[in-house]
Design a protein around this ligand. Sequence first.
Ligand SMILES: C[S@@+](CC[C@H](N)C(=O)[O-])C[C@H]1O[C@@H](n2cnc3c(N)ncnc32)[C@H](O)[C@@H]1O
Length: 260
Amino acid sequence: MRSLLLFFLIFVYSAVACLYMFTIGIFAPKHRAFIRRISDYFGFRPGAPDLSIPSASLSSIARDDISFRILESESVDGNVTLFELMALVKLSIANASQAIFEIGTFDGRTTLNLAANAPSDGEVFTLDLPRENMGNAQGTISRADRPYINKKTSGARFVGTEYEHIITQLYGDSAVFDFSNYFNNIDFVFVDGAHTYDYLMSDTDRAIKMLRSGKGVIAWHDYGRDNGATRALNDLFNNDARFKNIKRINGTSLVVGFFS
Ligand SMILES: C[S@@+](CC[C@H](N)C(=O)[O-])C[C@H]1O[C@@H](n2cnc3c(N)ncnc32)[C@H](O)[C@@H]1O
């Protein structure tokens, strides 16, 4: 009886809250986002990007029993989710990645975790666009990418940690950065810089060239969002035979490709 009464109170409170959200509350962005989620829940997703790339569970891609460590587990806006972080770390371990290259450092949370799980001779390189250079980047920087570029420092989460010595922080615009020192030298590339179509294409071209003897893993972030990166990855999957086996990982916005 008590639980029925409690449910009734919750029901009335929620109904009044909905009335507010669907009327005056519509002016608040968080309420509009919530309404989109309701529509999504009921299967109405107009304008949702096409997800051509097939999905796979993480356990079908990387063994479930891999041991790993996670540091800095709490994420902030701009980071990958905790599950995505675990997926990236597992993929790097499963691939026995000695040399890792990340495009898009942000606060270095993923960089730190890739370093913490690297073998004893491992090296992690991470490239970031400093905010001073945002205005003269070669390609178009989208409005969505700007807040993550606009920060005081790159890699704050790994600075001063015991893993800093295996991390090399690089600075520059990935469209014009000289990657030639890394060509044919890298086992695992994480592409998470600018998310426009052209940047995704040029970063992927560099990622492929960096793979050691053309072998290794490339992971991309933010697939499935309404951005150029999603359209570019769809085009690569549909039109370029090298990418015909890439998969998105269930429950994430990661796409992963194994190259051999
Ligand atoms: C979403 S954040 C990356 C998040 C990070 N990989 C993580 O897992 O926490 C995107 C980063 O890409 C960097 N970036 C954006 N455009 C870039 C460019 N053209 N070249 C290099 N880095 C870029 C930004 O400065 C920002 O730090």
